[in-house]
Write a protein that binds this ligand. Sequence first.
Ligand code: WTA
Length: 655
Amino acid sequence: MATIDTILSETRVFAPSEAFRKQATVSGMDAYKALCAKAESDYEGFWGALAKEHISWHKPFSNVLDETKAPFYRWFYDGEMNVSYNCLDRHLADKSNKTALIFEADDGKVTKVTYQDLYHRVCQFANALKAQGVAKGDRVIIYMPMSIEAVVAMQACARIGGIHSVVFGGFSAKSLHERIIDAGAKLVITADEGMRGGKAVALKSAVDDAIGMGGCDCVEKVVVYKRTGGNVHWDAQRDQWWHEAIIGQADTCEPVWVNAEDPLFILYTSGSTGKPKGVQHSSAGFLLGAILSMKWVFDHKADDVYWCTADVGWITGHTYVAYGPLAMGGTEVIFEGVPTYPDAGRFWKLIQDHKVTTFYTAPTAIRSLIKLGSDLPKQYDLSSLRLLGTVGEPINPEAWMWYYETVGQGHCPIVDTWWQTETGSNMIAPLPGAVPTKPGSCTLPLPGIIADIVDEQGGPIEKGQGGILVIKRPFPSQLRTLWGDPERYKNTYFPAELGGKMYLAGDSAHRDKDGYFWIMGRIDDVLNVSGHRLGTMEIESALVANPLVAEAAVVGKPHDIKGESVVAFVVLKGQRPTGDAAREVVAQLREWVGKEIGPIAKPDEIRFGDNLPKTRSGKIMRRLLRSIAKGEEITSDTSTLENPAILEQLKETVK
Ligand code: WTA
C-alpha cells in the first residue's frame, strides 16, 4: 500500500469530461464556488432554503439553527415531517411503477420491488410493529442480512417514529447483547439465517444467545424473517415470524409526524474506549444530508441505477442504501452476497446485469478484487457506468487508477468520499461535474461544510503542514448526541481544547496547494480494518476477558488489502508459550475475540511476551509496539522504558 509520502507526491489531476460536466447537477467549478459562497454569506439562509426545497414538511419550520445549547445543536426544530413519507409516499404520484429496489440474492435470484410495492410492504410491516407494541420513541434492534426486509424494517420504524439501531450481522451475540441493553430495545428484528458466499450465517441463534446472557428484560418480542428455513429454537411467548406478524395488517399506514429533531436511529460505532458509542441521528437533518449528497456528489438522475455495496449494518448502508436513494425516488441495487462468490467477477456481473450507472464501494474491496483478477472487469460489459465512488478509508493511488481505468474505462469520475458514522453523510468529496480529482485525495468539502485543519489547540497550522481535521460550524446531518451519554458526546467531539464548538473528526489530514484534503489516518486508538472501524481498546478488553490472558495491547499494522491489520501483544497468566503451544493459544484467542466482538475483530497476528514495553509510570508504549509490528528498526531512545529487554521478545512472531 502507498505510504503517505507517495500519496503526497501524487500530481495527476483528472478534470471532469466536457460531457459529464454538461449534464451535471453542479456544473463547473464556478457553480461549486457559488454554492460555497452562498453558504458562507448566509449560513442559515443557505441550509434553510435547501431544507425547504428538498424535504416534504408536514409542518414547515420557521427556525433554522439553534446554537444556544452548543454543542447540542438543533436544526429546523419547530418543523414536523416523516422520513419514510419522504422516501415513499411522495413518489407515489408519479413513480409508483418505478423500480425502487433490485435485490440480488447470494444465489443470483433477482427480486424487483416498485415504489408502490415498497410503500405497501413498509406500511404493512409498520402496522405489524404497532401491533407488537412499538410506539414513537421506542428502540428497535435490527440484526438482519442484506435483504429487502432489512430496508422495509428500517423504513417501517421511521414511519411510526420508532428509533432503529441496526447491528451488523457479523457482530457476535456478546456485541448484540451490549447494544440491546444500551439502547433499551423493546423489540428485535432478525432472520433465521443469512446467506453469504453459499454458506448460511446463523442470526436468530445469536439473538437467543444475546438475550440468554441476561439483563435484556426490555425486549418484549423478537420478529424473525424466514430467509433460509434453517432450524431455529423457538420461544412461543417471545418470538414471532415476520410472515405471520403481517397477516391481517393493512397495507397503508398513516406516518407518525415527528419533530425534525426526533431521533431517526442510533448506530453504534467504535471509539477510543472499550465501550461502543451509540451515535444518535436526527430525522430532518440526517435526511437532508443524504439527499444533498445524492444530488451533489452522486449527481443522481432519475434514470440512474445506483448501487452502494455497503451492508445496512454500517452508516454507509443507512445513508446510501436505506434512505438516500429512496428519498431521491431512485432505483437501487441491494446485494445479499459477497464480491468473490461464485467468483471474483460477481460485482462486475451485477453491474452488467442490472445496468448499474453509479457504483459505490470501499477501497479494500477494490484492492482485493485487483488481486483476484485485475483483468476480470474486461470480461463484462460495464458501459452503463457513469460514476464511481469510494468510502471508508484512504484509497491508494494505484487502486484509484485501476478503478478509474479498468472499471470506469477512463470516463467515469471517481468520488472519494470522506465522512463518518457521526457526520451522517458525505463531508469532503468532489462534486463530479465541477471539482477535478486527484488519486488519493477526497478533494474539497461539500458546500456548507466548513472543514479545516488545525493544530492541537484549534489554532491555524502552517501552510503545507498536517494537522487535525475539524468542522468549524454545525451542519444538519451531524450526530446530535451519544445515546444516554451527553458528556461523552461533548468531550469526544467538541473538546474544550478546541474551544468546545469545533467538531473534532478524529482524523489527521493535510492540505495541498490547491486546498485539497488528504486524509492521513486516525489520531485516536481506532483502527480501520477493511473499512470497518474497530477500537483497539475494544479488542484489548475482549482479550483480557479471556481467563488465560493477563495483559494485552493491540495496534494496527499497514496491510496491502485491508488497509490495516490487527496485531495483538499478549501477556499470559501462565508461562510464555512457544512452538505448538503458542499456535494453539493463538487459535484459541482469535476464536475468543470472534465470539466476544465478531469475526472482523479477530487479530491477524498475536505475539507473546513476558511483559509489555512500559514507561516507568506504567504506560504501555504503543508507538514502540507499532514499530515492532511493522518490523521497523527501533531507533528512538528506549531508556525511559521500565524493561527494554522485552522488545526483543516481542519481535518474535508465532509461525
Ligand atoms: C475513515 C464510514 C480516508 C476515516 C463512512 C473516518 C476515510 C472513518 C474515508 C469513519 C475516505 C472514511 N478517505 N479515510 N474517503 N472515509 N474514512 O464511521 O478515518 O465507519 O474517520 O464511517 O473512516 O468510519 P465510519
